[in-house]
Write a new protein. Structure first.
Length: 179
């Protein structure tokens, strides 16, 4: 807790001391992609990638981590990372597919909709459990309390008054008279 840098501490150190404060080693996206692919092609790297994916780390997070690490080392800029991220993502995905490990890609397509469906199913399941318990206790079922999946609450339309509105004469200092 107390080992964090003091605010403004970076302003007291010598400029260009850190790798990310210097110009990147690779300016072209092609160079950066080849560097990453060469680094990921080593057996030790493949084993690490497969192990992390097997532990539940998603593909997007792993890719972002590799690219951020390269930026922190001063290998390439953040802009180059954004350009090469899809290529690195697909390469890691290919490694995972070839190894047969199950992985989560980490893309959020339709995740909110899925969560809402799970909540709706949970509610229906609890209602069903209440009905079963009621049947066991009383031998009858009261269906009036149950909701239907397509239940739509209809509201009455708003009433709009159609009385004519009288126009008032402007009374401010800057108002004009219409003559």
């Amino acid at each position: 807790m107390f080992s964090a840098p003091i605010p403004g501490q970076s302003l007291t150190s010598e400029p260009k001391n850190s790798p990310w404060e210097n110009p990147p080693q690779m300016n072209k996206p092609e160079e950066a992609v080849l560097w990453h692919l060469k680094k990921l092609d080593k057996p030790k790297s493949v084993k690490s990638v497969v192990g992390l994916l097997g532990l539940g780390l998603d593909l997007v997070t792993l890719t972002e981590g590799l690219l951020r690490g390269a930026v922190a080392e001063g290998r390439h800029s953040i802009d180059v990372s954004l350009l090469i991220a899809p290529v690195i993502h697909e390469y890691i995905k290919g490694i995972a597919d070839a190894s047969g490990v199950e992985y989560n890609e980490g893309l959020d397509d339709g995740e909110e909709e899925l969560d809402l469906n799970i909540v709706a199913l949970d509610i229906r399941e609890r209602e069903a459990e209440k009905v079963i318990q009621e049947y066991k206790d009383k031998g009858t079922i009261d269906m009036s309390e149950l909701s239907t999946p397509d239940e739509i609450v209809e509201e009455e339309p708003m009433q709009v008054d159609k009385e004519p509105v009288e126009e008032s004469m402007p009374m401010g200092l800057m108002s004009r008279r219409n003559v």
